[in-house]
Design a protein around this ligand. Sequence first.
Ligand SMILES: [Zn+2]
Length: 240
Amino acid sequence: MPLPKIDLPVYDFTIPSSGKVIRVRPFTVKEEKLLLMAIESKVASEIIATVKQVINNCVQDEIDVDKLPFFDIDYLFIFLRAKSVGDQVAVSLTCNNVLENGEECGHSFEVEADVSNVELIRHDGVSDDIKLGPASGVKMRYPNYGIMRKLEELPEIDKKTHIIVSSIDYVYDKTGMHSYKDYTTDELKDFVEGLTEENYKKLERYVDLFPSISGKIESDCPKCGFHHNVRYTEFYDFFI
Ligand SMILES: [Zn+2]
């Protein structure tokens, strides 16, 4: 007799960037193992491929992972994590409370973070249309998950410019709108690095204010008793 197929629960998930509701199921144990192995490998291309594959397996409706902004995938991933493995994640904190003797407490301790209350923080007053001159400018977009994860591997000095380059959708001037697809990455990089400091800063502001995911931890330091109320934005280590 064939083994029975046990149905997995299905949940509604609202895609943050579009508000579209999709149906998702949690990770299976096998998928969780694959994710763990990929994350432990620390190889970006492997992590990206595995996360994308598992997300495609879990989403029951048609979506194109490569067309969604990176923060949609981050957010969905945390949602699936909470539904699959659990809401609680052990996070290590180091107490930075300055004691009466003028020294930092420095005590490290583990706290449980609740990932079901993470939120997507959006910043007001950020336009994707950035004027660089009287008739010229750039139309920006959010990089997808694969691009963004790869860029995070770059050395700090190059990272910002590459994130900016990967966020350009169109460049426009008197002659019209020109898609980023019409240029090589090197051409776009030269364009960005050829800007004045003032214009560069406008593009930098756009990427600095990307929507970001943030969670909250409240805990008392067991050594000095200081009450910590911290926000965390790094979700990478959640599976290890
Ligand atoms: Zn302390």
